[in-house]
Ligand binder design. Sequence first.
Ligand code: GLN
Length: 277
Amino acid sequence: MNAGALLRASGLPQREARVLLAHVLGVPRERLIARPDTIVPDDSAGWFDALSRRRQEGEPLPYLIGEQEFYGRRFAITRDVLIPRPDTETLVDVTLRCLGGSKSPRMLELGTGSGCIAVTLKLERPDAELTATDLSLAALAVARTNTEAWAAAVELQHGNWFAAVEAAEPFDLVLSNPPYVAVGDPHLETLGHEPPLALSDGADGLRCLSEIIAGAGAHLKPRAWLVLEHGYDQAAAVGELMLNAGFSDVEVERDAAGRERVTRGRIRGVARPTDQR
Ligand code: GLN
């Protein structure tokens, strides 16, 4: 069969069908638009049909093709990690803005998953020193694939939040997109293909966020930043937790869809004399 006929017969939205068929054939997506008469061998057509059926049954497209775009770059993903979301580009933007013109900032990302955030930050700020952690070894393996594919020097560490790093070496900025969906949130049902550990804290949605806020002070240099992604209705709670934990300059940023998505603040405290040079 030719590509055009196969795409139409799939019953999928044509954009999605093209993504799947391009993946199966190992050709750029544009080729299928320019050359709908491309002949598809039978075994490829069979593979495409199988993927189309899984897509129709609700499997997310990025898992079927093993990759997702984030901040203009493609990242490898597996079912061991959250699918990178456009909302999370706001976390990158706010982080880059907090760094401003600082020289060779030391940054820590907690719960890196696919590593898309840490790799993006390293590529946008090559002078930065990046450490990224995850509790899941399977996720760290995906992150390793991405740091290597993008030749991004990011140090990967295994462990639960700050337990993965040394307190003796504080950071200029700590950031995280932790699991923040409350247990029992109906939204979780629509996300059934993604790892529960990456989505929900198994509690009210604020458990991981408050753990990170409480632990951050010991790992931040004076006046250093904490930048957190959170749920659309959690900004007030996160802001209060940060103020109570000794953060100032607390501000909320909205994502591209207009939802309050990222809160940042800097730890109070005076720079030690050695830091003032
Ligand atoms: N923002 C994601 C969602 O609601 C959840 C990501 C997260 O918990 N960190 O789909």
